[in-house]
Ligand binder design. Structure first.
Ligand code: FAD
Length: 381
């Protein structure tokens, strides 16, 4: 039976493991943390991601989740608060604490027989001539802090700063903006059934209801030439109308970045990259998890069909709309005057905001028609 060895037990790695078991393959997940894994995240799962969780049998716990029906933009920088909003055309999204998402994905993976090795760090890998009991052809062996693990496919789902990517010799570069993000949760009943994006000239606040009495607030910003670290309280001070709504802080502050990692290819031999490890633009559109869930199904199907070389072209097609839309929003965010005009125009013409949200969440299968080869390219098409 084909065995996937997956480095990283985040959403991308666990989704690959679940898809592998659903397709009749073996899956081993190597995760250096223990228990439900937490991470800096805005925690908004877009409607396509909600549908994918349901499809693979993952049930989000109610203690750590809260539905939202659309996106709201708020901009108070011109002296008055301008608001525009639109509902998703295709059902709600879900605000979900990372620990709740991790718990639900782990539970489903274990139910399907995935071998999850927690508190285990992957250290390196080597290619092998093949594996006893595996399909014909080359295999992989991953060296971990708890000994070697042999498999047929090595999946790098180890996040933005992927080690698997480095070990495989796949080049990656960070884009010029080097944006960062930090998040914290507050104990307060959600006042909104939308994800709110609050704009300012220095940072964006991304507000997500993630439980019956919990709201998460993430700040995203460009540190500038000084590369200064962000101070959460300073950022909160940029949004007094938002700060006034919040209850006491419930979690410590967590950060991540820099975003915008451009990756040369998503496959090399029997090593495939997925999730943030495969390339990432920015957290502003809140689509990282939904994309990772979608990638998992395609990646597993390609490996089992002996067509792994097609993965870069399929990945490029799957993520194209997201990358373009996110880059467009970032260009707008970087020009305060333009941003104010756009948010005002969207408030004045709600149909345009509806269109923007439809383009933003897109159709889940945007790339399915594209077949391709494993040609080398910086994935920026
Ligand atoms: C501030 C912020 C806000 C965001 N907001 C949203 C949002 O609202 N919605 C959304 O969908 N996305 C959002 N994202 C993006 C989202 O968090 C990522 O796209 C998502 O976590 C990618 O999942 P992943 O599994 O690829 O990587 P990760 O979640 O980073 O998981 C990688 C895992 O690999 C493990 N690992 C790494 N190296 C090793 C090793 N050598 N051995 C063993 N284990 C290893 C790590 O411990 C980790 O658990 C946001 C991100 C940030 C930073």
């Amino acid at each position: 039976m084909t065995r996937f060895v997956i480095v990283g037990g985040g959403p991308a790695g666990l989704a690959v493991a679940i898809e592998a078991r659903l397709a009749g393959a073996e899956a081993v997940v190597i995760e250096r943390c223990g228990g439900p894994v937490d991470k800096a995240c805005g925690e908004g799962l877009m409607p396509a991601g909600v549908a994918r969780l349901a499809r693979i049998g993952v049930v989000p716990p109610t203690w750590g989740s809260h539905p939202f029906v659309g996106i709201r933009y708020l901009d108070a920088t011109g002296g008055r608060l301008v608001t525009s909003e639109a509902r998703f055309p295709s059902g709600p999204g879900l605000g979900i604490r990372r620990t709740a998402l991790s718990e639900a994905l782990r539970a489903r993976a274990l139910e399907l027989g995935v071998d999850i090795r927690e508190k285990t760090e992957a250290l390196s890998f080597r290619e092998t001539a093949g594996r006893d009991g595996g399909p014909p052809g080359p295999g992989v062996e991953v060296q971990t802090s708890a000994g070697p693990i042999a498999g047929d496919w090595l999946i790098g789902a180890d996040g933005l700063h992927s080690q698997v990517r480095k070990w495989a010799g796949i080049a990656a570069k960070t884009g010029p903006a080097r944006r960062l993000g930090i998040r914290r949760h507050f104990t307060v009943a959600p006042w909104t059934d939308h994800v709110e994006v609050w704009w300012s000239d220095r940072a964006e606040a991304y507000v997500t209801p993630v439980g019956p009495e919990r709201v998460g607030v993430a700040f995203l910003w460009t540190p500038g030439a000084s590369r200064q670290k962000g101070d959460y309280e300073t950022f909160l001070g940029l949004f007094p109308d938002l700060a006034a709504k919040l209850g006491p802080p419930e979690t410590s502050i967590r950060g991540a970045g820099p975003f915008d990692v451009r990756v040369e290819t998503q496959v090399k031999g029997n090593v495939l990259l997925t999730g943030d490890a495969a390339g990432y633009v920015d957290a502003l559109t809140g689509e990282g998890v939904a994309l990772a869930l979608e990638e998992a199904q395609v990646l597993v199907a390609l490996c089992l069909a002996g067509r792994a070389a097609e993965w870069p072209a399929r990945w490029t097609a799957l993520t194209r709309r997201h990358r373009w839309f996110t880059r467009g929003l970032l260009a707008m965010a970087a020009r305060p005057w333009l941003r104010r005009q756009v948010v005002r125009a969207l408030a004045w013409a709600p149909w345009a905001m509806g269109l923007a949200v439809r383009v933003g969440v897109g159709s889940a299968g945007a790339g399915r028609r594209v077949a391709g080869t494993g040609r080398k390219e910086i994935s920026e098409s």
